[in-house]
Design a protein around this ligand. Structure first.
Ligand code: ATP
Ligand code: MG
Length: 230
């Protein structure tokens, strides 16, 4: 199946009454495989909310999100969970590794959730760490890793089940300049190499040269899209 991800006139609000915040207003986007799309915009413009909607973590008030051809609305929790599990990898600013598990065990957990165990799981976990350049750190705890290494392990964990879509929220915001550059080019390669859809939320202009497409948001709306599909 073709890799696909889209939003169609999606709006999301938080709260109610006078306290209602309209976090996304009528957002329509279609992502293409093989591309790294940057979502940029000021704090509070709705970037994380958009990523949550794209990941099927929230159901929009109006409009539709489609992940790999399946509309999120109407799925029960279990179905949505299964769709996320097989389609999407997530990477976060704060890595979110399990602190008491080694690098390879962090990757193995993701495989176990996907039902892969035993020697096959071990091979896949090793290959994922290898692919992001941290196989030599496989038996280290997160506390023994640098920020850049932690993020590589988090990316390995996100990719270990080979999802067609990778969503990353400020993946380099906690990293120094050099590590940030390396992670940016790693994610660029992850999009191009396996024709994945990679969506990166960032404030950081250093990403600009790595993005195939740049979507700018302001106040819940898309204000500019370098790769708008006509
Ligand atoms: N759980 C929530 N409850 C209420 N309001 C929320 C919630 N999450 C986000 N918001 C509000 O929705 C709007 C969009 O928030 P969002 O987190 O998507 O912005 P962002 O662009 O990711 O910002 P930042 O760059 O600071 O991470 C903001 O006004 C925010 O205060
Ligand atoms: Mg955010």
């Amino acid at each position: 199946m073709n890799t696909c991800l889209s939003t169609d006139h999606v709006s999301v609000s938080y709260g109610s009454g006078a306290a209602t915040v309209r976090a996304l207003r009528d957002v329509t986007l279609d992502f293409r495989p093989g591309e790294l799309t940057l979502i940029m915009g000021p704090s509070g413009s709705g970037k994380t909310t958009l990523l949550s909607a794209l990941g099927g973590l929230l159901t929009p008030d109006t409009g539709e999100v489609s992940i790999m051809g399946t509309t999120v609305r109407g799925l029960d929790q279990e179905e949505a969970g299964r769709l996320r599990q097989r389609s999407i990898g997530y990477v976060f600013q704060a890595f979110r590794l399990f602190r008491s598990l080694t690098a390879i065990e962090n990757a193995l957990v993701a495989l176990e959730i996907g039902g892969v165990r035993g020697p096959r799981a071990l091979d896949k976990a090793k290959a994922a760490l290898e692919a992001v350049g941290v196989s030599h750190r496989a038996n280290c705890l997160p506390s023994e890793l640098s920020g850049g290494e932690k993020q590589r392990v988090a990316i390995a964990r996100a990719l270990v089940n080979d999802p067609p879509i990778l969503l990353a929220d400020e993946p380099t915001a906690s990293l120094d300049h050099a590590s940030g550059e390396q992670i940016a080019s790693l994610l660029r390669g992850i999009a191009a190499g396996a024709r994945r859809i990679v969506v990166v939320v960032t404030h950081d202009n250093r990403w600009l040269e790595r993005g195939d497409r740049i979507v700018e948001m302001s106040d819940g709306q898309v204000t500019k899209d370098s790769g708008e599909i006509q």
